[in-house]
Design a protein around this ligand. Structure first.
Ligand code: C2E
Ligand code: MG
Ligand code: MG
Length: 482
């Protein structure tokens, strides 16, 4: 087969691209100025030409769609200059890994495509790319590890023209990402059904937010959305200390849709701030009305804030200040939970401004993200929330190997002593059994949350249960165990 007209050869030059590509630079819309690779437009042309050249008895080309995992977070923590350098290095690695005659393009920020003329080589190339791109990068004094997700589509079975092949590869890429990232997936028609369902969900989400736009700016009731509250308990005293606010979407046809499904979708479509503000307002207003438990301290409310909201900086801090003012809630009773994946260098100022309002800060899902221990000490957190996956691994359900259980215990113990060394609290999430509670207690964890005490409750039930939940809970088997 003849080579596509714009092609990146297997031997990259210093900038990671072939002579054929770097010859056409400047303001050329077909060349990406950063990596010197073909752009999306040039790639589409190359793809169309590749299809035009395929004869009846020939196998068609293969297309790989690549997306660097969590690149935005890496960019935020290393800075844009290093981020750009990383992209060039990644581009060079891709170009160096593909067979002769392939076309490599950068189609957007951290997304690349590869057109391989001989489809039979595609799976091996995907495997090689996963390995090569996952190796450490040393740039500007930073040592960075990246990973990549890859979708693979083969012509003609997954698309008989340029547009449909690209669509199939993108759908396969999204499947690889949804499956935990750092892997490659070949297109399968079932993925198409999943993608359509996601699209439907997205359009339902847009519609219901639009319908409620006015109410979302306040703590007024909003059609289809609710906030539920899950108790948080001091392990030492066994007393209730507060609740975590967790948003719920009651879809008219699908029933309850998990926030794990719709929060990422809202982040993607840029509407997380709208719902996030509503949750914040609603939770503050609810908490302001909670009674102080007999013999206890005023209860706190913990609200999850998406990394995307945090990136809004001052506007985000202003939303929190407004929610406190409108509800009259004492700032000491509000706790903001930020997931560890959002441990951004640029967020420090925002976190300090939040702290300046008097609110508490918790680092959520701790142990799964990429905060470095030295960074952690400089951040104004009041609490580390130990990710549920560690607590799950403590399970004495028999299926878990002793080594897994031991490792989980030692991890939890290490996090608990880190918290104690920093003078801050630790909360074990997802505690379901008395056995797990015993272990997190002996590991030195200060607080717990989980089905053992209660599931997240609708607001009406919270108020009714505060007194009942306020007696020391953890000494005996709780009577309200579900
Ligand atoms: P998260 O903040 O880590 O919240 C804890 C999740 O674990 C909740 O899931 C809670 O219901 C669940 N959980 C608590 N105890 C147990 C247990 O003992 N067993 C099991 N199996 N699960 C338990 P949920 O409500 O589905 O929320 C999932 C995630 O969605 C949250 O994880 C949080 O990251 C996100 N989320 C929820 N509400 C909001 C919100 O208002 N804003 C933002 N940005 N994210 C939210
Ligand atoms: Mg949370
Ligand atoms: Mg969590």
């Amino acid at each position: 087969m003849e080579k596509p007209s714009v092609s990146a050869e297997a031997s990259p030059n210093a900038s990671g691209t072939s002579g054929a590509v770097s010859a056409a630079q400047g303001d050329d819309p077909t060349v990406d100025p950063l990596t010197k690779l073909p752009t999306r437009r040039a790639f589409q042309q190359a793809l169309t030409q590749a299809f035009a050249r395929v004869t009846k008895d020939q196998a068609g080309p293969a297309l790989l769609a690549l997306d660097l995992d969590r690149f935005q977070a890496v960019n935020d923590s290393t800075g844009i200059v290093t981020g750009d350098l990383l992209l060039t290095r990644a581009a060079a690695r891709i170009v160096g890994a593909v067979p002769q005659g392939s076309t490599v393009a950068r189609i957007s920020g951290d997304e690349f495509t590869v057109l391989i003329p001989d489809a039979s080589a595609a799976e091996a190339v995907a495997e090689r790319l996963l390995d090569l791109l996952g190796r450490t990068y040393a740039v500007n004094g930073h040592t960075v590890t990246l990973s990549v997700s890859i979708g693979l589509a083969l012509a003609p079975q997954h698309g008989a023209d340029a547009v449909s092949l690209l669509r199939s590869a993108t759908i396969a890429l999204h499947a690889a990402e949804a499956d935990g990232k750092n892997k490659w997936r070949v297109f399968d028609p079932a993925m198409q059904a999943h993608a359509s369902a996601q699209q439907q969900l997205e359009s339902d989400l847009r519609a219901v937010l639009e319908l409620n736009r006015r109410e979302l700016g306040s703590a007024m009731a909003v059609e289809q959305f609710e906030v539920h509250y899950q108790p948080q308990v001091d392990i030492g005293s066994g007393r209730l200390t507060g609740f975590e606010a967790l948003v719920r979407w009651r879809h008219p046809d699908r029933g309850m849709v998990s926030p794990m499904l719709f929060i990422p979708l809202l982040e993607q479509i840029g509407l997380i701030g709208l719902l996030g503000d509503w949750v914040l307002n609603t939770a503050c207003r609810a908490a302001a009305a909670w009674p102080v438990p007999h013999g206890g301290k005023p209860l706190t409310v913990s609200v999850n804030v998406s990394p995307i909201q945090l990136r809004e900086g001052r506007a985000m801090v202003a939303s929190v200040a407004r929610a406190l003012k409108d509800s009259g809630l004492d700032p000491l009773r509000l706790d903001i939970e930020i997931t560890e994946s959002a441990m951004l260098r640029d967020a420090l100022e925002t976190l300090q401004s939040l702290k300046g309002l008097g609110v508490g800060l918790s680092l959520d899902d701790f142990g799964t993200g990429f905060s470095s221990l030295s960074q952690l000490a400089g951040y104004p957190f009041d609490r580390l929330k130990i990710d549920k996956s560690f607590v799950d691994d403590l399970s004495g359900m028999g299926s878990k190997q002793t080594s897994v259980r031991d490792r989980a215990f030692w991890m939890i113990k290490a996090i608990a002593s880190l918290g104690s060394g920093l003078g801050i609290g630790t909360t074990a999430e997802g505690v379901e059994t008395a056995g797990q509670l015993d272990q997190v207690r002996s590991a030195g964890v200060t607080h717990m949350q989980g089905y053992l005490v209660a599931r997240p409750l609708p607001e009406a039930q919270v108020r009714a249960q505060i007194d009942r939940l306020s007696a020391p809970l953890l000494t005996d088997r709780p009577s309200h165990l579900e």
